[in-house]
Design a protein around this ligand. Structure first.
Ligand code: HEM
Length: 502
């Protein structure tokens, strides 16, 4: 086989999975041979499809198998990784179509990759469906563009800005709890938490980042969710390049339509916001929220700080998606763990009572909730067992030594020394690590903690008998059939957080 048969790009893919984090390296076949010569094993390459058919088959099979309520979810969420890790060890090579990918489940090596600052490991270039979903937003941006965009996001989500968001967060949770209360008094005490939290977190990101409401942004959220689903279901479908450019599938046509509709809706939102900023007088008209800062950046005269309209749109799409899908998952899986561990519900309730009786200022509340012991334990345990972000990806831009391996960059074809076995330990990097660490980390934690405090100060909950355990990466960690809980209102209702926080 000659390398000319295959793509010349070489990407490094990192993916976090259950209690492990993975690095996947996309290599052309000649380069894969170099890794194989270093002792790296993996499933055999199959013409054009690589291992994608096997992956799809394993996923189909895992869908059919009933799973007991175990937290060892890798075999359900990512069955191919589970199988290959067991067979080939913590570093292996597999094929996504004609592109080889190196999976590394070695925490120290992963940290080294994520912490690299000299441009050796870059973000991957997204495939078409994911490009439509995230475009060139912060998640994929590199270089100067990333620095400009990261500054805007850092400013919007740093501690002082977050303190200003406590009110919007508590009000959004209150809206959800009011819906629960109305249903409860009508005798409906079962809820599906993914759906409930999706609406609540959408309300929060709409209000805090975009100065609008869930209902105003509903159209965008719905279409972005559809784009994410299309991106996920097409991940392992390989197109024959020449035919693929002539015939477009119905999914491709639909995703193009969705992308254009999302774009139009965001432009409409931006026009409305610009008008508000021009007129002034309302809460969101000062242009200090995320959308306001993005709009101001499009008007910058300093080229270093300026962003284009297309960049603004991509950034909005990124935050509409990342800003709610992730926290929804965190809250939903935390609820599952709490539902089956009622003693931990009591511990949070005790912590909630302390918070609610203190009458903190927003600033005090923010500082205390960041250090809340029980909530931190529960959230970390959820993220350890149920990692929300299914994959973190990188590509290798320069030849580099990583542990005992030599990773060749594009066009590198020298021989290398044989690798020795590397020890595996567990890793905990749910928000990634290094310069590209999640920019929404503190935002997500604050929102999740507020929601848990408020929910547990009003309800006990248990897992509904209708619940079927089936975690799946899609592309964040979802429950295939949702998570159903039964609510039991507490007899002693605690003061509302809205009134407790001044
Ligand atoms: C439980 C909640 C969340 C988890 C587990 C999570 C996880 C992650 C991870 C693993 C990364 C790193 C990706 C990489 O290194 O390639 C990341 C990056 C990012 N996250 Fe989050 N995230 C969460 C919530 C959020 C929220 C609420 C927002 C927005 C408000 C957000 C926005 C972003 C953005 C924009 C990036 C890219 C940052 C950059 O590359 O500079 N995330 N997140």
């Amino acid at each position: 086989m000659t390398r000319d048969l295959f793509h010349l790009d070489m990407d490094l893919y990192l993916a976090s999975a259950v209690r492990l984090n993975f690095a996947l390296l996309k290599l052309k076949i000649a380069l894969a041979a170099i890794l194989q010569s270093q002792g790296i094993k993996g499933p055999s390459y199959r013409f054009h499809h690589g291992n994608t058919k096997e992956i799809s088959k394993m996923m189909e099979e895992s869908k059919k198998k009933p799973m007991k309520l175990s937290h060892d979810i890798l075999s359900a969420a990512q069955p191919h990784f589970d199988s290959w890790l067991n067979k080939y060890g913590s570093i292996f090579l597999y094929w996504h179509g004609t592109k080889a990918q190196l999976v590394i489940a070695e925490p120290e090596l992963i940290k080294e990759i994520l912490n690299n600052k000299d441009g050796t490991y870059l973000k991957i270039q997204l495939e078409e469906y994911f490009k439509k979903l995230l475009g060139g937003g912060l998640v994929t941006a590199e270089g100067k563009k990333w620095i400009t965009q990261r500054k805007i996001a850092n400013h919007s989500f740093h501690a002082n800005s977050l303190k200003g968001m406590v009110k919007a967060m508590t009000e959004s949770v209150e809206m959800m709890l009011e819906r629960w209360r109305i249903n409860y008094v009508e005798g409906k005490n079962e809820i599906e938490v993914f759906e409930e939290f999706r609406v609540m977190t959408s309300e929060v990101i709409s209000r805090t980042a975009f100065g609008s409401s869930y209902l105003e942004g509903k159209n965008i959220f719905d279409k972005i969710s559809k784009l994410a689903t299309l991106a996920f279901v097409n991940t392992y479908k390989m197109k024959i390049p020449s035919i693929g450019t002539i015939f477009r599938s119905s999914d491709e046509i639909e995703s193009e339509k969705l992308e254009s509709e999302v774009r139009n809706s965001i432009i409409e939102l931006v026009r409305k916001k610009e008008e508000e900023m021009r007129l002034g007088g309302s809460e969101s008209s000062d242009g200090c929220d995320f959308l306001g800062l993005l709009i101001k950046a499009t008007q910058e005269t300093d080229e270093e700080k300026k962003i284009s309209i297309d960049e603004l749109i991509d950034e909005c799409k990124t935050f509409y998606f990342a800003g709610h899908e992730t926290t929804t998952g965190l809250l939903a899986w935390t609820s599952l763990l709490l539902a089956i561990n009622p003693d931990w519900q009591d511990k949070v309730r005790k912590e909630a009572t302390e918070f609610l009786n203190k009458n903190y200022s927003t600033s005090e509340f923010y500082n205390h909730i960041a250090r809340s012991k029980t909530l931190n334990i529960i959230i970390n345990e959820t993220l350890r067992l149920y990692p929300i972000a299914g994959s973190v990806n990188r590509r290798v831009a320069k030849k580099v030594r990583l542990g005992n391996l030599v990773l060749p960059p594009e066009r590198f074809s020298e021989g290398v020394a044989k690798a020795t076995t590397i020890r595996t330990t567990t890793a905990f990097l749910p928000f990634s690590y290094g310069p590209r660490i999640c920019v929404g980390l503190n935002f997500a934690l604050l929102e999740a903690k507020i929601a848990l405090l408020m929910i547990l100060s009003r309800y006990h909950f248990a897992l509904s008998p209708t619940y079927v355990h089936s975690p799946v990466n899609c592309p964040t960690l979802q429950a295939r059939y949702g998570i159903q809980l039964t609510l039991h209102a507490l007899r002693i209702q605690h003061p509302s957080l809205q009134t407790a926080v001044k």
